[in-house]
Design a protein around this ligand. Sequence first.
Ligand SMILES: Cc1cc2nc3c(=O)[nH]c(=O)nc-3n(C[C@H](O)[C@H](O)[C@H](O)COP(=O)(O)O)c2cc1C
Length: 173
Amino acid sequence: MNTIECIKSRASVRNFRPDKIPDAVINEILEAAINAPSAGNVQDWEFVVVGRQDAKGRLAEAAWGQDFISQAPVVIVVCSNLRNIANAYGERGTGLYSIQDAAAATQNILLAAREKGIGSCWVGSFNEQKVRDIVVLPGHVRPLALVPLGYPIAEPRKTGRRNLQEVVHRDFY
Ligand SMILES: Cc1cc2nc3c(=O)[nH]c(=O)nc-3n(C[C@H](O)[C@H](O)[C@H](O)COP(=O)(O)O)c2cc1C
């Protein structure tokens, strides 16, 4: 699958088969994550790979009852190490780059998963403190996204997009 095909065919998956994802495949997906760009190449991202059923259930609760999270065989908690990014960039680092770096890594996870036939969904709606408690994050590590991963029950359905003319401005807004 080429890159454009992968990008265009990706869609959020919220129904997973229970089949385990081989560790080697999870590692390849994480390798894709760490190949994302980051501000000053600080690579402030850190990942917690959650496979325990009780923890996944608690993550689903922390995400306001989004139960599909607990059905996924694996949930990756994408985090930023705020201490590292603050050391390099101060407030701009903690307030902006940490989010952008984690977002770039998260998108790579979704695309690598797609290429491997694994479904994923970017989950941003969750109670941060609860997620912190569940995966035991230190204070300087902020959870920014949850990504449940699993083989999809059905081929994901594409959602619509605003057309280019509506969103692209040439020379001036
Ligand atoms: C920052 C962000 C937060 C999101 N949070 C959630 C979420 O909490 N739950 C969920 O089911 N989907 C979530 N999504 C997925 C979006 O709903 C989805 O990407 C969007 O509807 C477009 O559909 P597609 O991913 O199938 O292209 C989130 C996506 C992004 C980028």
